[in-house]
Ligand binder design. Structure first.
Ligand SMILES: Cc1cc2nc3c(=O)[nH]c(=O)nc-3n(C[C@H](O)[C@H](O)[C@H](O)COP(=O)(O)O)c2cc1C
Length: 216
């Protein structure tokens, strides 16, 4: 059963661009065959608690004697890691909040990035997620593409690529859609056409990527 893990983190339950795009991805995935499964986790509606202890950043064998983890936190971490391991592909709705990821998504990342489990921390090499595709949908109010004034302050995509890609060895595919505030902010009205083009491209990319990763 080809399984998609579908994560959202937008705090907007009515007009969210990233939610619409990840839903398009998930619908395309589910439509490929009756066997295609979608596992859904809404990090905004059901937020994870912050890490109760830094010990969760380490595999049990790498913890110091004082690093004791509460059983419920250990169980939650195992659930989240298992969801990731069992998925054939992942789609993440990652709206830009204050130049970075929403704190709800950051909490999920803090749980699943574990030295000696999902990331190599010395010997042996531990990269069970190597090559797993993860499509990251970054919706943002302004513009951060190559050459844009905001390019240098996009602290979202680079940090996700660093953690999920460089450290956890996943195959990160960023899909961005810029100027989502063009219809809301008068100062950005003139960019409404560009915003619409961007959104259409991102929407088309959802269908193409879901088919690509769902049929390989
Ligand atoms: C808390 C918060 C912080 C935001 N910070 C930024 C920002 O740093 N840069 C930006 O371009 N837009 C920012 N925005 C606008 C959102 O990125 C934009 O509305 C985007 O479409 C949100 O994704 P969504 O439509 O999936 O909810 C922010 C919005 C919120 C609610």
């Amino acid at each position: 059963m080809p399984t998609l893990l579908h994560l959202d983190s937008s705090a907007d339950l009515h007009h969210s661009v990233s939610r619409a795009l990840t839903a398009r991805f998930a619908d395309t995935w589910a439509g490929i065959s009756d066997d295609h499964v979608v596992v859904r986790r809404d990090l905004h509606v059901d937020p994870l608690p912050h890490l109760p202890t830094s010990a969760l950043h380490w595999a049990p064998r790498l913890r110091t004697p004082e690093e004791v983890v509460p059983a419920d936190a250990e169980a939650l971490q195992k659930l989240l890691v298992d969801e990731l391991l069992n998925a054939d592909a992942v789609v993440i709705g990652a709206p830009m909040y204050n130049y970075s990821v929403p704190s709800t998504l950051k909490a999920w990342i803090d749980y699943v990035h574990i030295g000696g489990v999902t990331a190599t921390m010395g010997e042996p090499v531990t990269e069970p997620l190597a090559g797993k595709p993860v499509v990251v949908v970054s919706s943002r109010g302004a513009t951060y593409g190559p050459g844009a004034p905001g390019e240098a302050v996009d602290h979202e995509i680079p940090s996700i690529v660093q953690v999920l890609g460089t450290s956890m060895r996943m195959d990160v595919v960023p899909v961005t859609t810029d100027l989502t505030l063009a219809t809301r902010l008068p100062a950005l009205h003139e960019f409404a056409g560009r915003a619409a083009d961007d959104l259409q491209k991102a929407s088309d990319a959802m269908v193409e990527l879901a088919r690509r990763f769902g049929t390989r």
